[in-house]
Structure formats: structure tokens, C-alpha cells
Write a protein that binds this ligand. Structure first.
Ligand SMILES: Nc1ncnc2c1ncn2[C@@H]1O[C@H](COP(=O)(O)OP(=O)(O)O)[C@@H](O)[C@H]1O
Ligand SMILES: [Mg+2]
Length: 415
């Protein structure tokens, strides 16, 4: 006898409309999925922010969160949902609070990855706290900023330890600039970081065990930052970019994160590895947007249908044993870490399961991207994003890139 099981996926959203609408549309097309004699169905719901008792039930089985990075109330609700109710969350809310560059740098340095030399300097203007005056007078050791910076060389980067969206980032050419930038840093806690001269800027978006490494051009305007280019890295650098992304995500329990690497030849230097609320706007990702939404749907469906449990604890010791093995060089360590990460993400099982149970998903997404529904979504997003006199130009621009995806994807599916 066939039984039926319905899985509710909750969305904790802020200002975004484009990808949630896309995700909801794909999720409507995904089910029902028959596994054994159970027919699985999927529904989504946009969650609201409300008072909650710590023992309250939580209805969604899985939550995709875009708020906890900014607001404490949803963050604390997620922790309760994870610990009390066993709700599956794409990013661990516990390591979330360490989801700043600094912790990711520290973990990557411990694993022997190629983080550029980085120094943390004390606040220029300490946060206002009555006890600070006494503590500062007694313990805050004076330091020579220029002396600290000298070994890093110029130009160097000064940026907040927990930065994002280029807030407070400056490139510094000399000592005068260094003092000026530090004076302006105010109440931000800053890193100084050696500059990496790079050939390519790789931005990797990861969703569960899926990673898309994209050719990113940070100097361009937003709509041109992601180039559509498939072989922009050497095979070795491309593999490292995927490996490092998956390793850091598995290490911290993050499943929806973007990572930035500077690539010179075959060398991959991670510089920004903790973006809990990664940009997935159709007006940024364009060609890569259908993949991103599909991956989000695919991984969510896999997690709720197979009953995957979320780990709250980390497996740092397993990684550190590899890091401390003198018989392994950098590439051998990367391979060993990746094995642990793939075990964590059930990577092989995931792809087998998707082949078996979601063979229709690719066609459904292709069909949806060519539908009038998708066209409406794109038009609405362009209208909401750009001033009237630029809308036609941008609509053409994004239509062109998405048409290109449709052609490529149709060719891929027809083999
Ligand atoms: N060590 C570095 N070497 C070269 N460029 C860097 C370095 N660190 C940062 N940048 C440049 O500054 C930009 C912003 O720095 P990033 O660490 O990514 O901060 P944010 O979290 O604000 O994005 C990067 O996209 C890159 O262009
Ligand atoms: Mg960045």
C-alpha cells in the first residue's frame, strides 16, 4: 500500500523576491517523488517572525535562512529549532556566529591552506564601555602600526575581520595611507592582509555538496561581475577551488555559502570564506541562476526525503590529524580533507539518489526557465532593480544570458 508524506520547507526571508519565487516554482514541479512505497510531496512556506516559547513545535522540516546573518531574533529561533526540534538548517546557527572571515582564516591556516599573511590589530576606537578605560590603561599595549604592516609589504589590504560586501575594505599603498585608513576604521576591528597578485578571481557558490566556481570580476558593475566562462582555471586550480570550498563548509557545518579565492597559475589563495547569506539574485548570477535554484531545491529535497540529520558537533580532530601528518604534502592533505568533507555531505549517495529519484528535475527546470512565469519573474526583478530608462537594456542583457543557458542546457540534456 502506498503511503504519502508531505515535507514542509520554510523560508526565512528579507527583501528578496526573485530567488524565493523561483525556488517555490521549482518545488511545485519537483514532487511527488516515490521512494519505496512512500510518495513524498513538498510544500514551501515563507516564515514570519514571532515570539516563541522555547518548547514550541516547529512545523518545517528544513529551513533556508536569509535573516540570521542580520537579525538576532531569527538566529535564536534557528538555534532553538535545531536543538529542541531537530529542524534541518542549511547553515549551522552555532558556527554561524563565527561565520566571519577571521574564523575561516584560522581554520584554513590550521589545515595548511594558502591564506595570505594576515594580522589582527586592536580597535582604533574601542566600543563604548565604561570598564574599557581601566582595562585599556592597564592592559592595552601600545603598538607600532607601521612596524606590524612592514612584513606584509605594500600594497596591502585593510578590512574588517567580519566583513562583507566590501564594507570598510581599503587597498593601502604606503605608511601614510595605512595611518589614514586605521584612523578611519573607527569601531571596526581590522585585519591587515598581504596582497595577492592574481590572474583570476574565483567565486564559488556552494549548496550542500554542489559547488559552482565562477569567473568573478570584482572591478565591474554588479550585472557584469560573473563572466560566463567554463574553463577559466587550470584543471588543478579548478579542483582546488572546489575542494577548499567543500572542506571549509563541511568543517563548519555550512551548506549555503560563497567563497572567494585569488588564483595565480595553479596556486589558490582563499581570501573570503564566510558569506552566510550569499548573493543568489538573478540579476547577479544570470546564467548560473537556474543551477543555483535547482541545487537549492535538489539538496533540500534530498535532506527532507532521506531524513538526513544535521550535526551540531564538528569533527575538527579528524581534519587536524590529516593536517599534522608529516607524510602528506599540500595536495595529499587536500584530497584527505575532501574525503572527510564528501563523507559529511554524503556526496556519492546524494548524486546516486538524485539520479534515481529526481531524473525529471533537469527537464522541469529547463521548461520553467523557458516559461512565461520565468519571464515575468525576470521582468519584475529588473523593474524593481533598475531605473526606468535602464530597464530595457538590462532586460535584453539578462534575456541574452539566460537564453544562452537554455541553449547550453538543452544541448547537455540531449547529450
Ligand atoms: N589579500 C588580498 N589580495 C588582493 N586583493 C584583495 C585581498 N583581500 C581583498 N582583496 C580585494 O578586496 C575585495 C574585498 O575583500 P574581501 O575580503 O572579499 O571582503 P568582503 O567580505 O567585503 O567581500 C576582494 O574582492 C578583492 O578584490
Ligand atoms: Mg568578498
Amino acid at each position: 500500500m502506498t503511503t504519502s508524506s508531505t515535507h514542509l520547507i520554510g523560508l526565512l526571508l528579507g527583501a528578496e523576491e526573485d530567488w524565493p519565487t523561483a525556488f517555490e516554482a521549482i518545488m511545485r514541479r519537483v514532487g511527488p517523488v516515490a521512494v519505496g512505497d512512500v510518495e513524498h510531496r513538498y510544500t514551501t512556506e515563507r516564515l514570519t517572525i514571532e515570539p516563541f516559547e522555547l518548547t514550541d513545535p516547529v512545523r518545517p522540516q528544513l529551513v533556508i535562512d536569509r535573516l540570521a546573518h542580520w537579525y538576532y531574533h531569527p538566529r535564536e529561533w534557528l538555534k532553538k529549532a535545531s536543538l529542541v526540534n531537530g529542524t534541518y538548517l542549511l547553515n549551522s546557527p552555532f558556527t554561524f556566529q563565527s561565520m566571519e572571515k577571521h574564523s575561516a582564516y584560522c581554520a584554513m591556516i590550521r589545515l595548511g591552506l594558502k591564506v595570505p599573511r594576515t594580522v589582527l590589530v586592536p580597535y582604533k576606537n574601542p566600543i563604548d564601555n565604561v570598564r574599557w578605560a581601566y582595562t585599556s590603561a592597564k592592559y592595552n599595549k601600545p603598538f607600532d602600526l607601521a612596524e606590524l604592516a612592514a612584513p606584509l609589504g605594500y600594497p596591502l589590504y585593510m578590512k574588517p575581520f567580519d566583513g562583507g560586501a566590501w564594507r570598510g575594505v581599503s587597498r593601502i599603498d604606503n605608511e601614510v595611507g595605512l595611518h589614514r585608513a586605521y584612523d578611519e576604521s573607527g569601531e571596526m576591528l581590522m585585519h591587515l592582509q598581504a596582497t595577492v597578485d592574481y590572474d583570476k578571481f574565483a567565486r564559488a557558490l556552494s549548496i550542500g555538496p554542489e559547488t559552482m566556481v565562477m569567473d568573478f570580476r570584482p572591478e565591474r558593475p554588479m550585472h557584469e561581475r560573473y563572466a560566463v566562462s567554463h574553463d577559466f582555471l587550470s584543471e588543478s586550480a579548478g579542483n582546488q577551488a572546489v575542494a577548499v570550498s567543500r572542506i571549509v563548509n563541511a568543517f563548519f557545518g555550512w551548506e549555503f555559502n560563497s567563497a572567494e579565492m585569488l588564483v595565480r597559475g595553479d596556486e589558490v589563495y582563499p581570501i573570503d570564506y564566510a558569506n552566510a547569506c550569499p548573493d543568489v539574485a538573478v540579476t547577479s548570477l544570470h546564467y548560473y541562476f537556474p543551477w543555483a535554484i535547482k541545487a537549492l531545491a535538489r539538496w533540500s529535497v534530498y535532506c527532507v526525503t532521506t531524513g538526513r540529520r544535521q550535526r551540531v558537533d564538528l569533527q575538527t580532530e579528524r581534519y587536524f590529524r590529516v593536517a599534522d601528518d608529516p607524510a602528506l604534502d599540500y595536495h595529499a592533505k587536500l584530497a584527505a580533507y575532501q574525503q572527510i568533507a564528501d563523507e559529511h555531505f554524503e556526496t556519492d549517495r546524494y548524486w546516486q539518489w538524485c539520479d534515481e529519484h529526481l531524473p525529471h528535475l533537469d527537464e522541469q527546470v529547463l521548461d520553467w526557465v523557458t516559461s512565461t512565469d520565468f519571464d515575468r519573474l525576470l521582468r519584475d526583478t529588473v523593474r524593481a532593480t533598475y531605473p526606468p530608462h535602464e530597464q530595457d537594456r538590462f532586460l535584453d542583457h539578462f534575456h541574452g544570458l539566460l537564453d544562452l543557458w537554455v541553449v547550453d542546457e538543452a544541448a547537455r540534456l540531449r547529450g
